[in-house]
Design a protein around this ligand. Structure first.
Ligand code: GUN
Length: 291
């Protein structure tokens, strides 16, 4: 019998569940401890995609019951002045989570800004201390998108242990932390990049996570029958159609599970940001860190 079409992984529904879990915990935190988690989002300049993402983050924060602030310095802000903004948020006890939306304007070094965020308020999981703790297999704040992918795998009952996991893309935001999270769950992990023999690696994947930003770069014919396919990509084609990094229809004929684009991984990023902010508030809002 030919492989039946893959089951869709409904990221939108899972994300709604995660946000509902967070909201219930926020309600309890407010009632029992009088503590309201606070999230500050910093958006520099007028990048149109960043505006959409940040609006989504603010809306979700309000829905789960956080206090939220958007700081919106203009494109021309100096690195020193932006650092001053971060320092003020670091010092503000009402702010438990700080997120600096990327990309930043060219004259600002993102590494300097990310490193300036207090690690305990770094709800993106991008600070070197949090990224390093993930590398060491210690409990830490995890980058939201790969953390969301791990939740999706859990939801479909996919245990990575002993499986071949192939991660396409080696960004600090998705690819590298994704590979480490899969390794922590005992997958055998391969990271692919522009110099890899992509087809050969993809053909061996039981779990495939693609995050490169190339429209339909991974062909459906390369997918191992029965594989779990997670598409982190989001690309606008010249005809206006939104597509992922995987050729969806052809891949869905071979995969056991696949994420749609949109409605797959995308909504999970924001949901896990809510989870990270709540966890930061519980960890450092209830018991202030003494330094
Ligand atoms: N730009 C694209 N993705 C992200 C993300 O997850 N966090 C931040 N801060 N900026 C991004």
């Amino acid at each position: 019998m030919a492989w039946v079409n893959a089951q869709l992984i409904d990221g939108k529904a899972v994300a709604a569940r995660v946000r509902a879990e967070v909201k219930a915990e926020v309600d309890r935190l407010k009632y029992e401890h009088g503590l309201t988690p606070g999230l500050a989002v910093v958006r520099v300049g007028e990048d149109p995609a960043s505006k959409v993402y940040v609006n989504g983050k603010k809306k979700a924060a309000e829905e789960v019951g956080f206090r939220s602030w958007e700081l919106h310095p203009d494109e021309g802000i100096s690195q020193a002045a932006l650092l001053e903004v971060i320092h003020q948020l670091n010092a503000d006890p009402a702010v438990h989570g700080i997120l600096v939306q990327l990309p930043l304007p060219k004259h600002i070094d993102p590494d300097v800004i990310i490193s300036a965020v207090k690690p305990e308020k770094d709800v993106d999981g991008f600070h070197p201390l949090n990224a390093g703790n993930l590398l060491l297999g210690r409990s830490t704040t995890r980058a939201c998108t790969p953390y969301g992918v791990m939740r999706l795998l859990e939801e479909i009952g996919c245990d990575p242990a002993g499986k071949r996991a192939v991660v396409v893309g080696r960004s600090n935001i998705v690819g590298k932390p994704m590979a480490l999270m899969l390794l922590q769950k005992n997958a055998t992990v391969t990271i692919c990049h522009s110099k890899s023999d992509l087809r050969r690696e993809v053909e061996g994947a039981d779990i495939l996570v693609v995050a490169v930003g190339g429209a339909e770069l991974v062909k459906g014919a390369w997918i191992k029958p029965g594989a779990v396919v997670i598409d982190v990509g989001m690309n606008r084609k010249p005809d206006g159609k939104l597509v992922g990094d995987v050729e969806f229809a052809a891949a869905a004929e071979r995969a056991s599970f696949i994420t749609p684009v949109p409605g797959g991984v995308g909504p999970m990023t924001i949901a896990m940001l809510m989870r990270n902010t709540l966890d930061a508030a519980v960890r450092y809002g209830l018991v202030p860190v003494v330094r």
